[in-house]
Design a protein around this ligand. Structure first.
Ligand SMILES: [Zn+2]
Length: 152
């Protein structure tokens, strides 16, 4: 289901493709190495610390700090309908870095590196095929999650 990921999925298959299914359910997942405990985002099937492939998904809060950001005026293919837009790179609580679209709760003219932010899983419009992504929002922003799996 990794072809669900992003407005255009450049990498349709991955060992961690359930990542996209969790995003659809409102969960931002990183990976946790079952051998050494290292956590990272985006999820990696192969541990960058000890090279073990024994991993599990672990839920991230999506809280983080703004590492950098940029407003795009000249659109790459497939993004012509949304320019100008701002993308943000976030250092996540729990480890790892994420590139997301700056969401509606942020004042794009007042962004400052180091700002506390909240990453929110999203489903892209009413696309014929499901598309999932995430936005970077003001701290405290909430969203809907599917019920936890395997509960009756
Ligand atoms: Zn490890």
């Amino acid at each position: 289901m990794f072809h669900w990921f992003g407005k255009i999925s450049f990498v349709p298959y991955s060992k961690v493709q359930d990542f996209a299914v969790h995003l659809k359910d409102g969960r931002l997942m990183g990976s946790k190495c079952k051998d050494c405990g290292y956590t990272t985002f985006p999820p990696r099937a192969d541990c960058p610390e000890c090279l073990s492939d024994n991993y599990e998904f672990t839920e991230y809060t999506g809280k983080g700090t703004l590492f950098t950001f940029s407003t795009i005026a000249a659109a790459p293919t497939g993004f012509d309908d949304v320019v100008p837009y701002t993308v943000a790179v976030v250092d996540l609580e729990g480890g790892g870095r994420l590139l997301g679209w700056a969401g509606d709760t942020l004042d794009k003219d007042k962004l400052t590196i180091g700002d506390e932010v909240q990453v929110v899983p999203r489903i892209l419009g009413e696309a014929a095929d499901i598309k999932v992504y995430y936005t970077v929002e003001r701290p405290g922003t909430t969203w809907k999650k599917a019920p936890p799996p395997h509960l009756g």
